[in-house]
Design a protein around this ligand. Structure first.
Ligand code: HEC
Ligand code: HEC
Length: 174
């Protein structure tokens, strides 16, 4: 598509959106967010947080959402959060070496690699991995607010239960 045609098409789409908004109903500030309450303060919560999962060592692993997705935390995290500079209980079980002894999944090779400077950190965890829960989600029994129809495709047979990001990260890159 040349630039002129693209500009015309964009105008048409913008026009349709404009008309659509005018014809449809308007929404109040209480209806826009998932919380269904005012967006102007932080008092409302979506749902009571209740980490009712089983204790570490007793839980069942949850299948990965897609290839190399960060696995969900299958166990309770009571008394493990917040992670602070002085205290990170996650590493006390998940660092390779310890993990095997407590039957936890060891942290993968990607967590011991500095992607910014391209440095293999060997047995030292890269500091960007310190706060596990920015990527690994705790579990709550709650009905999803929005239905999700995504179904993942795994290229490797065990891709739904194993990670290997560091081995495949350069696939397709020349
Ligand atoms: C007392 C040891 C212990 C602590 C502390 C711990 N875990 Fe675990 N974790 C386990 C064990 C054992 C499993 C395997 C499932 C089971 O047996 O419950 C596991 C499973 C997991 C999994 C799923 C891995 C997979 O392959 O699907 C993730 C993710 C995880 N833990 C993250 C964390 C995070 C993040 C923290 C800190 C908030 C944490 N764990 C603290 C022992 C622990
Ligand atoms: C920046 C996001 C991020 C942070 C922070 C992070 N992880 Fe991960 N983690 C991932 C992703 C993505 C994967 C899966 C892909 C991979 O790296 O191989 C993963 C995989 C894992 C696995 C599964 C390993 C396997 O062999 O299947 C474990 C266990 C794990 N992480 C534990 C931790 C713990 C414990 C921490 C904190 C000390 C942590 N992670 C911090 C993103 C993160």
């Amino acid at each position: 598509m040349n630039i002129k045609k693209f500009a015309l098409a964009s105008l048409a789409v913008a026009g349709l959106i404009f008309l659509g908004c005018k014809a449809g109903q308007s929404y109040g500030e209480n209806e826009i967010g998932l919380r269904k309450s005012t967006l102007f303060n932080e008092d409302a919560k979506i749902e009571r947080i209740d980490y009712s999962g089983k204790a570490a060592g007793e839980s069942e692993l949850i299948e990965r959402a897609f290839e190399n997705a960060p696995p969900m935390i299958s166990h309770n995290v009571e008394d493990m959060l917040p992670i602070t500079k002085e205290n990170n209980s996650c590493t006390s079980c998940h660092l390779p070496g310890v993990a095997e002894a407590v039957a936890a999944t060891p942290m993968p090779k990607s967590h011991f690699y500095n992607f910014r400077d391209n440095v293999d950190m060997k047995e030292n965890m890269d500091e960007t991995r310190f706060n596990c829960v920015i990527c690994h989600a705790t579990q709550v029994s709650a009905t999803p607010l929005v239905e999700n129809k995504f179904t993942p495709d795994f290229r490797k047979e065990n891709g739904n239960i194993k990670s290997n990001l560091l081995d495949v990260i350069n696939e397709g890159v020349n």
